[in-house]
Design a protein around this ligand. Structure first.
Ligand code: 13P
Ligand code: SF4
Length: 328
């Protein structure tokens, strides 16, 4: 990679972004799946839960959210007084797309004795229809606080739901959504890679299907996988999640080798999240300059969605009673 900042019209983009960040009193939040050049200039990099907490706590006037739309919407739900910009509004998520609110509402209605425990990778409307939101780093803590006899709908990721269901030995009704990125890993190619690197552990995100997760030595959220990368004892780690996270691993542990798990073509290029990749340095510069594209949410919808997010933040922090949480 060149040291020269990327250019829109001959501008020094990194210097311009720095200037605008100060002028606008803005904070740049980035997910681990963002391009390295965005990670490198972010004020804070994190997983979905950490970024939500950061958005809720910041005293900046503007949040430039380098991630996907549901993450920027979460920031706006938790910090409505802030201007939240997303460099590319088309940065969606296949899990969100798999779960239209009308269909989810019907599913809930058909199962009135179930509560909806919902992965944060969903629309604001689906959050508003849910009882508790979880992220991959908070799901286990939260599920362990829900009484065993409480029936649960889990959506929209059937692989994360299936993983939780097996680990906690709890039946859950699973919404049939998947992440197209984690779905693209190939078991055959992973086994070939393991054979080429005997003893190299595999770290996987719980969005992986079971035929990939079953080969993992560690399963966890992006921040969990990064922590594993910092502490594992070997020389080489196989990483079964979106490969841009490897940038942070290489910065944190320069002497070790991190290999992205392969897709069916034997390479990992097909595992780059096409939505996350829409954000570029140029679009971030324009978003800070023009304060657009902005995330706006109707107030009634925001307040309804905030309830399930607040439950997540309370329950992720420790044990709370189930209180008023009943089936709808
Ligand atoms: P994390 O919460 O682990 O960062 O995951 C977010 C995501 O979209 C994974 O695909
Ligand atoms: Fe959605 Fe998958 Fe991209 Fe994460 S990696 S944002 S779950 S499509």
């Amino acid at each position: 990679m060149t040291d020269q900042p990327l250019s829109l019209t001959g501008l020094d983009l990194r210097a311009e972004i720095d200037r605008l960040r100060k002028d606008r009193n803005a904070i740049i939040l980035a997910h681990y799946y963002q391009r390295p050049e965005i990670q490198d200039l972010a004020d804070y990099i994190g997983d979905s839960l950490e970024l939500s907490k950061k958005a809720a706590a910041t005293d900046a006037a503007v949040i430039a959210f380098c991630g996907v739309k549901f993450m920027a919407e979460t920031a706006k739900i938790l910090a409505p007084e802030k201007i939240v910009v997303l460099p590319d509004l088309n940065a969606g998520c296949s899990l969100e797309d798999s779960c239209p609110p009308e269909k989810f509402a019907q599913f809930r209605k058909a199962n009135p004795d179930h509560i909806a425990l919902t992965y944060i990778n969903c629309s604001t409307e689906v959050k508003a229809l849910s009882d508790i939101i979880v992220t991959s780093s908070s799901a286990e803590t939260i599920l362990s606080q829900i009484p065993k006899d409480q029936k649960i709908i889990f959506g929209p990721d059937r692989h994360l739901g299936g993983y939780l269901s097996r680990k906690f030995d709890r039946e859950m009704l699973l919404w049939p959504g998947v992440c197209i990125v984690h779905e693209a890993f190939s078991e055959t190619e992973l086994l070939k890679l393991k054979a080429q690197h005997p003893g190299a552990p595999v770290a996987a995100h719980p969005e992986c299907p079971p035929h990939i997760a079953d080969h993992a030595d560690y399963i966890g959220s992006t921040s969990g996988i990064l922590q594993f990368a910092k502490t594992f004892t070997g020389d080489t780690l196989i990483v079964a999640t979106e490969p841009h996270i490897i940038h942070q691993m290489e910065l944190a542990v320069p002497g070790k080798t991190f290999i992205g798990a392969p897709g069916a073509d034997g390479q990992c290029a097909c595992n780059i999240c096409p939505y996350m990749a829409l954000n570029t340095l140029e679009k971030l510069y324009l978003a800070l300059r023009d304060l657009t594209p902005r995330i706006e949410i109707e107030e009634g919808l925001r307040l309804q969605a905030k309830k399930s997010l607040d439950r997540m933040l309370e329950m992720a922090g420790g044990t709370v009673g189930m209180g008023d949480l009943g089936a709808r």
